[in-house]
Design a protein around this ligand. Structure first.
Ligand SMILES: [Zn+2]
Ligand SMILES: [Zn+2]
Length: 445
């Protein structure tokens, strides 16, 4: 934009309103085709690691807008898994590099919404098991919003400068997709961003609203497998055994003190035992019991402390039970089912929130409390938050549905529920407006 035009724009309206005036007609023009695209995506979800057609659609759409598109980005530790990541780059002169990420995968959930565009898809999962598939987390909203944002930005190149990198990310639900893209050279083969942004739909917030959380927004998650080993035998002769069922019961209670007595009350953390299995029959004491745990925390030092305590307490219980050394418990934190916390850079988040308030109306932008759910988006910020990242929430539920549930009606279905359904038009419209506003704020002239 030359000086004269800049001056004219400045006289006509404050900058953000000016930008929005450009954006809104474009969003509204694209909205019908975006909603059609959304419904098609919703009816044809794909499982994590299998985002074949979804990634092809993202690539096709972005390529048609003039982005330089690379497909099949992503390397998993398991060579049998294909990487379906899409990286689309648009260079528009000197300026910052901004990355926008949308995750693409569905979930093994049997849709029960009864919508005309509901999914009836079944597919084979990684283990070859036939499962139902549903976009129960709204990643179809994310993909559609990414395409909408790309259309808006590709048609307003005079309003921004720099390098725009759009990501179709696979396997968020398995929290290994972002890592797979990084392992395949995301930041060496493609421009490394100065900022990374993503949106996630919200099953509680009204459509039309955007939620933001400066600082920690989502927790790290680590899956932990514990094997309590003893010495099995006849249930009538417990004195001749080392009973792992009793030790596992002690263990489940003992580890409750990690959060309540070892961590600072000011450092949120969760230790959940989601699964416990041992034994085959009433009168047989088994050799071992298996537990599956989920560990959540914001700070890395809290997470590593919990993992060390899980190990120490297991060993302590085995020692107290007289279990021989060679039958010591095994505590193993997963190296693949693990993700870092989602940390929204406070300065970036406030900056984007101010721009969104100006563009979408202050009443529509709300500050939200952090939660202990998890995402793998934070990994794109690299260790120690090297790259400032921000994820915001886009309200997805009709206002009257939210009001009904608040006024004593049935609770709204959560994300991952078979009954979850976003209101497409307003959610996508808000997603595209909010994301375009965020990018324009960071790349404006
Ligand atoms: Zn999810
Ligand atoms: Zn999700």
């Amino acid at each position: 934009m030359n000086r004269m035009m800049a001056l004219l724009c400045a006289l006509a309206a404050p900058p953000a309103m000016g930008q929005q005036a450009h954006i809104d007609p474009k969003v509204d023009k694209e909205l019908p085709s975006l909603v059609t695209m959304y419904k098609e995506l919703h009816a044809a979800p794909e499982l994590s690691h299998h985002e074949d057609k979804t990634s092809a659609l993202v690539a096709r759409e972005l390529r048609s807008l003039g982005f330089e598109v690379t497909e099949h980005v992503g390397k998993y530790p398991d060579p049998a898994l294909k990487g379906y990541g899409v990286v689309a780059v648009m260079k528009n002169g000197p300026g910052p590099t901004v990355l926008v990420r949308a995750d693409m995968d569905g979930l093994p959930v049997e849709e029960q919404t009864g919508l005309p565009y509901a999914s009836h898809v079944r597919a084979k999962d990684d283990a070859g098991v036939d499962v139902p598939v549903m976009h129960a987390c709204g990643h179809d909203i994310h993909v559609t919003s990414l395409v909408g944002t790309a259309r808006v930005l590709a048609s307003s190149k005079k309003d921004w400068h720099g390098t725009l990198v759009l990501l179709g990310q696979p396997a968020e639900e398995r929290i290994d997709g972002a890592r797979a893209m990084l392992a395949d050279g995301l930041y060496s083969r493609f421009p490394k961003p100065d900022f990374a942004i993503a949106l996630h739909d919200s099953a509680e917030l009204e459509a039309g609203k955007v939620g933001y959380t400066p600082g920690y927004m989502l927790a790290s998650a680590t899956s932990v497998d514990v094997t309590i080993r003893g010495r099995g035998g006849h249930g009538a002769y417990p004195h001749a055994t080392k009973d792992p069922v009793v030790m596992a019961a002690e263990y489940v209670l003992a580890i409750q003190t990690i959060v309540s007595r070892e961590d600072s009350p000011l450092d949120p953390a969760v230790v959940t035992v989601g699964s416990i299995h041992g034994g085959t029959k009433h009168n047989i004491i088994p050799d071992e019991v298996h537990l599956q745990l989920s560990v959540r925390a914001y700070k890395e030092e809290v997470r590593s402390h919990i993992l060390a305590s899980l190990d120490r307490i297991a060993k302590g219980i085995a020692l107290a039970g007289g279990v021989p050394e060679d039958r010591a418990p095994i505590v193993k934190a997963s190296e693949t089912e693990v993700t870092s916390a989602t940390y929204n850079d406070p300065a970036l988040t406030e900056r984007v929130a101010v721009a969104m308030k100006s563009a979408l109306g202050a009443d529509n932008i709300v500050k939200l409390d952090p939660v202990m759910g998890s995402e793998d988006f934070g990994q794109l910020g690299l260790e120690n938050h090297q790259i400032p990242t921000m994820m915001f929430r886009v309200g997805a539920i009709d206002t009257d549905r939210v009001a009904k549930s608040k006024n004593g009606g049935a609770p709204l279905p959560s994300l991952h529920s078979a009954l979850f359904w976003p209101a497409p038009e307003l959610t996508i419209r808000t997603g595209v407006r909010a994301m375009s506003t965020a990018v324009l704020e960071l790349m404006k002239n």
